[in-house]
Design a protein around this ligand. Structure first.
Ligand code: ADP
Ligand code: ZN
Ligand code: ZN
Length: 749
């Protein structure tokens, strides 16, 4: 493609973002032959040190920009222009630039994360096949025998066939066909074949649904704000099964009708095969689906359909926030509280917050939906930053199943020993099965750290500085606080009630599924765990079978708690809810509350009422009490006080800094260097610096990990101090490659 730009205005220099942990862009000179084609957003092959890297054109200049300090003769040439048409849209350039800055990350890395995995690799090139079509009707008598046969075969197939098919059916070599092509009688061309992840999917019936009053009111608010070119944000708070999804679908449909595109983010697990099929039946080829269980090729094809404008609705997990939709009018984040929106590797970003910014930059509207909004989002709704929409009631004849707590301390007293599965729960399973209904059993095994619990009074051993449960380290039999590094020996008796029945929680849950299988031999039981998740289709397969009634009981981690709609499930049991409460984490109460509320939403979604049984050593805990009553507001009011008292979000901004290295002493040294620089940068004491302390998983993937926590009231002040400290630390010999900064961390561990 050529442009009409005068030669002297063509870009002789390009600024490129590179996927390296360096906080700046790099300038290269553009060889003349590339100048008329190069556009911002294209990928470039660039020399970098002794390697070649794929970088991204982010700025073009006809002359060397004044602020480039490098000697002109030292500037290197672009090696290759990789895209004629830029892969990255202007909007995604801006969004990734914002995200890199906000998350103290790197633009090039953020851009790389925004593109589908493996886009540079040969194997994800679009799948292509050669095809032939008739273009001109040849004069009689001009054709050889084989040529005549080819033409006839083409004619009898509507004038168009696949190259290989045609040759095979006629039984000839390619040469007569090539001759026909040279003479302009047929055209040989390349057909692109999209890999459709839903190919062959059977679509469910599209029933007509009349919205309830609250659904209609929420939809009206959303759609009337849409298309005005003005950013607005909504929190859609509705209990599970209150019809939020129905509202999202209609709002997206409305966006399409108004000529706008729409983006919807869902947690990792929510893209169930059932939901995907429903999307396809509603939106046909207008919807593209992006999630990590698609093959690389499928993801790439879906991404390209969006980039070309063929699909104007994109639905996907975390990285879909960067889907290259144009003219976006609506952004939806379902289950906005969900932890999977946070990327746990560099570049760290939170897709929910990035989605809000995306809507902001595009003048679009954003809808955050949840049955259990995060503290931050609900706080924003309370303070008027978000407009609050509510769906208070569940659709259908049954209210939410109330949770019943099973006090495991009482069970322990009765049996005089530890019992993983209470008789109450076992009875309920048997009864449910006898009625021909289905069961979900949840093993809450988030994290593998152990903590100490008193079985008599239910207290956990907490840090005296932090009000956080300490982690048990078996090796030296110590309790350690991973926030401030406070340590103590494991006490012989409970400091609260002097009971000797101290209990180390976090063991043995692996065996639960096995125990259930032994107890209920007549039941068809399936486990959902890492192994089933590991291979493509494994989870889909299980969920489809469960939906079809070919499995009686599903046993798994919280993976199975979210988003599914199985009408025949009337019992949900939660085995080890206390592990969530004991984690050394500021969000453990919130997470436990969310988990139980979500789980309760899984039982009794159909015509039958459901039961939710929760085994706990801690029935008085407010997270459990409020979850049992399905009292979100009550929980929020108590939890927000705790957040305020301990200077946590949304009142304070947090940053977590992980220092990682194979050599423990080196990691510790770097951590201490950074701590000193932070103290220097923070001489005015505008922020609080905690640590360094060993991370809760001290050694991971062969690296030792130390952690610093920063707390500040003011985001900008925190970032400034951090940036100054990083520069200062580097100046004093700190190796910044060992430093991983996470702004607004979801976990502090
Ligand atoms: P949520 O997303 O809040 O969990 P859904 O939108 O999935 O809720 O709705 C729960 C169930 O109720 C679904 O089976 C859905 O088809 C059905 N549903 C939603 N809205 C209505 C309505 N207005 N009338 C009848 N059924 C509805
Ligand atoms: Zn006690
Ligand atoms: Zn502490």
């Amino acid at each position: 493609m050529t442009t009409d730009v005068p030669t002297e205005q063509l870009p002789a220099y390009v600024e490129a973002a590179l996927p390296v942990p360096i906080r700046r862009v790099f300038t290269y000179s553009v060889p003349e032959k590339m100048r008329s084609q190069l556009k911002v957003g294209a990928r470039l092959k660039l020399p970098f040190g002794r390697r070649n890297l794929t970088g991204y054109a982010v700025g073009l200049h006809p002359t060397l920009p004044a602020d480039v300090e490098v000697d002109e003769s030292k500037i290197k040439d672009v090696i290759e222009l990789l895209d004629d048409e830029p892969l990255i849209t202007a909007e995604i350039l801006r969004l990734t630039q914002w995200a890199a800055d906000y998350y103290a990350s790197f633009w090039g890395e953020m851009l790389k994360a925004s593109l589908p995995a493996g886009i540079n690799a040969e194997r994800v090139r679009p799948k292509r096949r050669k095809a032939v079509r008739l273009t001109d009707e040849p004069e009689e008598g001009e054709l050889s025998g084989p040529q005549q046969k080819l033409i006839e075969m083409l004619r009898s197939n509507g004038g168009e066939m696949l190259f290989a098919d045609l040759l095979e059916r006629v039984g000839t070599s390619a040469s007569p066909l090539n001759t026909l092509s040279k003479r302009g009688i047929v055209e040989i061309y390349v057909q692109e074949i999209g890999r459709d992840p839903l190919a062959g999917a059977k679509l469910p019936e599209k029933g007509e649904i009349r919205l309830t009053g609250p659904q209609q009111a929420a939809l009206d608010e959303i759609t009337s704000a849409m298309g005005q070119g003005k950013f607005r944000s909504f929190l859609l708070h509705g209990v599970t099964g209150s019809g939020k999804t129905e509202v999202y679908m209609r709002a997206m449909s409305q966006a399409l009708d108004s000529g706008l595109s729409a983006l919807m983010l869902v947690p990792e697990i929510a893209l169930t095969p059932i939901f995907s099929r429903r999307l396809r039946s509603l939106f046909g080829s207008e919807v593209a689906i992006l999630h990590s269980r698609l093959s690389i090729g499928e993801r790439f094809d879906e991404w390209r359909r969006i980039r070309r404008g063929d699909a104007r609705i994109a639905i996907g997990t975390r990285s879909a926030v960067f889907a290259p939709l144009e003219n976006i009018g609506l952004v939806i984040v379902d289950e906005e509280h969900d932890g999977s929106y946070r990327q746990h590797e560099s570049p760290f970003y939170n897709a929910r917050d990035t989605a809000v910014m995306r809507a902001h930059l595009a003048g679009a509207i954003v809808v955050l939906g949840s049955a259990t909004p995060s503290m931050e989002s609900f706080y924003n709704a309370q303070t008027g930053k978000y407009s609050y929409l509510q769906l208070p009631d569940r659709i259908g004849s049954h209210g939410l199943a109330g949770a019943e707590l099973i006090d495991m301390r009482a069970v322990f007293k009765r049996f005089g020993k530890d019992i993983a599965l209470s008789p109450e729960l076992l009875d309920a399973i048997a009864e449910t099965h006898a009625r021909g209904e289905q069961v979900i059993i949840l093993l809450n095994r988030r994290g593998f750290s152990q903590f100490v619990l008193c079985r008599s009074c239910g207290e956990t051993m907490k840090c005296r500085n932090c009000d956080i449960t300490m982690t048990f380290h078996r090796g030296d039999s110590r309790l350690l606080c991973h926030y401030c590094n406070y340590q103590e020996r494991v006490p012989k008796v409970c400091p609260h009630c002097e009971s000797e029945y101290l209990y180390f929680v976090g063991e043995g849950t692996e065996n639960i599924a096995g125990k259930l299988e032994k107890k209920f031999r007549s039941m068809r039981i399936a486990r959902v765990d890492r192994d089933t998740m590991a291979h493509k289709g494994g989870l889909e397969d299980i969920l489809l079978k469960f939906a079809a009634g070919e499995i009686d009981m599903l046993v798994g981690t919280q993976m199975i708690a979210k988003g599914h709609d199985f009408p025949n499930v009337t019992l949900v049991g939660v085995i080890s809810v206390d592990i969530g409460l004991g984690l050394p984490d500021l969000r453990s109460a919130e997470r436990t509350f969310q988990l139980i509320t979500q789980v309760s939403g899984r039982a009794g979604r159909g015509e039958k009422a459901g039961r939710v049984l929760i085994q706990t050593y801690y029935p008085e805990h407010y997270a459990l009490r409020f979850a049992k009553e399905q009292d979100y507001l009550g929980f929020y009011q108590q939890e927000i006080k705790y957040r305020e008292r301990l200077n946590y979000p949304p009142f304070f901004v947090l940053a977590s800094i992980m220092i990682r290295h194979r050599d423990k002493a080196y990691a510790a040294k770097m951590a201490n260097l950074l701590r000193r620089s932070l103290d220097t940068a923070n001489s005015a004491r505008t922020i609080r610096v905690l640590g360094p302390a060993p991370a809760s998983i001290v050694r991971l993937k062969n690296e030792y990990r130390f952690q610093l926590i920063l707390k500040g009231v003011n985001r900008r002040a925190l970032r400034e101090a951090l940036d100054i400290a990083l520069a200062d630390a580097e100046h004093h010999g700190c190796d910044l490659r060992t430093i991983y900064v996470e702004i607004d961390p979801v976990n502090l561990m």
